[in-house]
Design a protein around this ligand. Structure first.
Ligand code: C5P
Length: 287
């Protein structure tokens, strides 16, 4: 049986409004997400049991044991064909771009192809609130705690992603929220092009940005640097941070901005590319 390769793209919250709180303490969100052409890679080799090995430039410190979301996702499936999974990490962990959730979703897509079954969808938010939205990595409005998904149509948005190499614990950011009942997103208009979409997004917010900055002040520095780059039309944090993104009218401007940022802060992680639909790139394929 051939091995399988799957791409796990980064998720970016273009806007994230915190609209309430559930009885169990989880927060109700109204968010717009899109996916980047950068991400982790998984290789699944048929094996008697499930096993995980982590490699790649961002793999240091990522657990290989049963606590890893990849193995927790695999454990939700009925017993069947096992796999020796190699997870090549390119996304910084705990950084607001859904790396672990996207890895779990990619493992489920890969295992479905390996076993010839369907990808399970029910209850995946128990693994992590971002797992359901990463299953089909296409632009979506997400509500509830992240499990209510509606596909949306967005133009590809040229972007630069930047992480100041700081892990931000999500629960601490939610605890630092001053207001938990903000207005939801308005209905999305149809966008003619990237600049009109960016103008609309600029009127939205990430309600986790202020509490994340209070927890990790370097995020304010990242946002100031991004906003000052030539061509930057919007600078915002994704998820609970610390990764921030800048949006541009063109790919060329985004790449030039990345070169400038790298010269200023060579120690920071960065990636460049259009945010949008990564469904085709993320489809599992036999090697
Ligand atoms: O589901 P996930 O593992 O991403 O969530 C980590 C923590 O973030 C949760 O335990 C909870 O404290 C907080 N959280 C929240 N509301 C959400 C998502 C996460 O309060 N919608």
């Amino acid at each position: 049986m051939p091995a399988i390769e799957v791409f796990a793209p980064a998720k970016v919250n273009l806007a994230l409004h915190v609209t309430g709180r559930r009885a169990d303490g989880y927060h109700l969100l109204d968010s717009l997400v899109a996916f980047a052409p950068v991400g982790d890679r998984l290789r699944l080799d048929p094996a008697p049991a499930m096993a995980l090995r982590v490699t790649g430039p961002e793999g240091a410190g990522v657990p290989e044991g049963p606590e890893n979301l990849v193995l927790r996702a695999a454990a939700l499936l009925p017993a069947g064909q096992g796999a020796a999974i190699t997870l090549e990490k390119h996304l910084p962990p705990a950084s607001g771009i859904g790396g672990g959730s996207s890895d779990a979703a990619a493992a489920l897509r890969g295992l479905a192809l390996l076993r010839g079954g369907a990808v399970p969808v029910a209850g995946l938010e128990r693994l992590g609130a971002d797992v359901p939205m990463c299953l089909v990595p296409a632009p979506a409005r997400t509500q509830g705690i992240g499990e209510e998904l509606s596909p949306v149509s967005l133009p590809p948005l040229p972007a630069l992603l930047v992480n100041p190499r700081l892990e931000v614990p999500t629960p601490a950011v939610f605890r630092a929220l001053a207001c938990r009942e903000n207005p939801p997103l308005p209905d999305l208009p149809a966008f003619a092009d990237a600049p009109s979409c960016i103008d609309w997004l600029a009127q939205m917010r990430n309600d986790l940005q202020a509490p994340a900055i209070a927890t990790a002040p370097v995020i304010a520095e990242v946002l100031d640097l991004l906003a000052a780059l030539p061509g930057c039309r919007l600078a915002r944090m994704s998820g609970s941070g610390a990764t921030c993104f800048a949006l541009f009218a063109s790919e060329g401007e985004a790449r030039a901005a990345q070169a400038q940022l790298r010269a200023m802060r060579p120690d920071w992680w960065s990636a460049c590319g259009p945010l949008g639909d990564q469904t085709a790139a993320a489809a599992p394929r036999r090697l």
